[in-house]
Design a protein around this ligand. Structure first.
Ligand code: SF4
Length: 383
């Protein structure tokens, strides 16, 4: 089955859902405006908010780090995890960007993606093709065939519910045995050091609570000034992803704790003994200093721009540097990899700008990146 069939099925499901959510919950658009303002406040004072976040995590009994690039991130995660461990990962684009899974595997760890879509592409050894639906390029028939080969119990003619059930059973065992859980973050509150994660499957809840160690890895652009601001993000992100209300919103502020004896808060309790937050630069700080590129840092990874873009519909999963695909991916491929090629595919239909909840002028950012590409002699490659 082709890319077109799988993606058009997904688009036909997702696009009307977002319009329905916005119609039925009109407060969402107001929250999106507030979120944009709060994100701009952080970008205007990034150094201050990074420092505040690091301090807040430490005052909660957690460990906090700031890393400049992939190498530093891998070194820190490798030291925390060690060797011969079982690691479960919640869907994290930043972990993918930094090559964390492959690095941990190279150290001799057993690493499992636990988001269903990520699990499927891990099993298929393929890159993700959409930021919230990484296996969007697979039809249910191809998923059934893959699962038949990898874990059994279903085939290409099975119902989707049965396919989900075999993966659920397989991964439950991994959650129970895992030593370390690694997640990204949808938002991070500078004033409390809390990490917000939104999801529907329950895998992130398991990943953040079942293992003894939780590591959250996130770009600095995920910071928001306060916990009240950060709480908005999961509502806005899930609404514009067409998945509102989200099934779960997870909030983590340091290792597990209890104040049940004399109201004296001690750590750990039943959840993880250790919490680590790794804040990542990897091109973001430089982009923030550029008035046009900084707009890309407002992105909340809702994936809506993909579904309204004629180029994504046509070429999809080969557009952008994984995990960053589609219009947002063309911006982010430049920010984190310096790659100007994905921007060259943009035909400036302008749909993305119209539907983006953060009102990012994506065509303007892509035009800017195109110009940078055209002026970097010898670096252009249209293959
Ligand atoms: S650029 Fe806008 S529409 Fe696209 S994923 Fe980011 S926030 Fe969503």
């Amino acid at each position: 089955m082709s890319w077109d069939i799988a993606v058009n099925r997904a688009i036909n499901n997702a696009v009307p859902k977002v319009y329905k959510v916005l119609r039925e919950h009109p407060y969402i658009e107001e929250l999106a405006k507030r979120l944009r303002e709060a994100k701009l406040e952080v970008l205007n004072n990034l150094e201050k908010y990074v420092e505040e976040t690091l301090q807040s995590v430490k005052s909660n009994g957690g460990n906090a780090y700031y890393v400049h690039d992939e190498k530093e991130a891998q070194e820190i995660v490798g030291k925390i995890v060690g060797k011969g461990k079982i690691v479960v990962m919640g869907k994290s684009m930043v972990a993918y960007e930094l090559g964390i899974r492959k690095y941990l595997e190279s150290l001799g760890n057993e690493v499992w993606e636990t988001d269903l879509g990520e699990f499927l592409i891990q099993q298929a050894n393929e890159p993700p093709s959409h930021i919230i639906a990484p296996a969007i390029h697979m039809t249910k028939e191809s998923v059934g065939k893959l699962l038949k080969e990898k874990i059994g119990g279903v085939d290409e003619n099975s119902k989707v519910e049965d396919m989900v059930a075999v993966v659920r059973k397989f991964l439950r065992d991994k959650f129970v045995k895992a030593d370390v859980g690694i997640t990204g973050a949808n938002a991070i509150a500078a004033d409390t050091g809390s990490v917000l994660l939104v999801e529907n499957e329950g895998n992130i809840r398991f990943t953040t609570v079942a293992p003894q160690i939780h590591i959250a890895i996130a770009g600095v652009e995920k910071i928001l000034p306060t916990l009240a601001d950060a709480m908005i993000e999961p509502l806005v992100q899930s609404a514009y992803a067409g998945l509102y209300p989200p099934t779960y919103v997870n909030l983590t502020s340091g290792p597990s704790s209890t104040a049940d004896i004399e109201h004296n808060r001690v750590r750990p309790a039943h959840g993880p003994k250790e919490f680590h937050l790794i804040l990542v630069d990897n091109g973001r700080v430089k982009a923030n200093k550029d008035n046009i590129l900084r707009e890309a840092l407002l992105c909340i990874r809702c994936g809506r721009c993909h579904f309204h873009c004629p180029i994504y519909r046509a070429i999809g999963n080969i557009w952008g540097d994984p995990p960053y695909s589609g219009p947002m991916g063309a911006m982010w491929s430049y920010i984190v990899k310096g790659d100007t090629k994905p921007a060259m595919y943009c035909v400036h239909s302008g749909n993305c700008k119209e539907v983006c909840p953060m009102r990012i002028n994506i065509p303007r950012v892509l035009e800017y990146i195109k110009n940078l590409g055209l002026h970097s002699k010898g670096k252009l490659d249209y293959k």
